[in-house]
Design a protein around this ligand. Structure first.
Ligand code: GRF
Length: 202
């Protein structure tokens, strides 16, 4: 399966996918064909370039409207003919055109146990709420924010000593392996989405 990965930051989830493919190019079942971002100058793009992957950047401020940006992101992504799009720390909400084109084939990873703590500050919100466990969720993207059908989740204990950065790092350790495992299974075994249920490889 052809993967396009979208990033906005350090790209350690991207790196985990790159490493998984490099470790087993035949067996993993997916190949990364391009990396897209909503901003320049991020480590995620450097990781892509180091791996010899094509990259593209679609910045909202370069477009007259959000819809124009969404169209540009859709076209830039479509150029690589992905089977799956993986949003790995991509901090923008994709729009109607993107979902019309790739709906049902966009996987997102979120650093909280959805439906708890959706949005851009899931780690901070779980900590502030006093949650005793949190974690990460890999799900398909629908037209809501972090509301699509859940594929897998991983649980992470919250420690009294945790601040946002420490907790997020521990979550990301679980998140990276969960994302690699899920993306590989989806790519190798195929999947069906029925309402809120995701059936992988049946
Ligand atoms: C991940 O925890 C992702 O869930 C969240 O931001 C983090 C991105 O990390 N949205 P990285 O860029 O993959 O290192």
């Amino acid at each position: 399966a052809r993967l396009v990965v979208l990033v906005s930051g350090s790209g350690t989830n991207l790196q985990a996918l790159l490493d998984a493919v490099a470790a087993d190019p035949e067996g993993y079942g997916a190949e990364l064909v391009a990396v897209g971002a909503d901003r320049d100058g991020i480590a995620g793009l450097e990781r892509a370039e180091r791996a010899g992957l094509p990259t593209f950047v679609c910045r909202v401020k370069d477009h007259a409207s959000r819809e124009e940006w969404d169209r540009a992101l859709t076209e830039a992504t479509a150029a690589y003919e992905p089977d799956l799009v993986v949003s790995a720390g991509f901090m923008k909400i994709v729009g109607k055109e993107f979902l019309a084109r790739f709906g049902g084939r966009v996987v997102n990873t979120h650093p909280a146990l959805l439906p708890s703590f959706p949005g851009a500050h899931g780690v901070r919100d779980a900590l502030a709420y006093g949650a005793k466990v949190t974690g990460c969720t890999v799900h398909f993207v629908d037209d809501g924010v972090d509301t699509g059908p859940i594929i897998a989740q991983g649980v992470v204990e919250v420690r009294d000593s945790d601040d946002e950065a420490a907790l997020h790092e521990r979550i990301k350790e679980v998140e990276r392996s969960l994302l690699v495992e899920v993306v590989g299974r989806l790519a190798r075994n195929g999947y069906r989405i029925e309402g809120r249920k995701v059936h992988v490889g049946e």
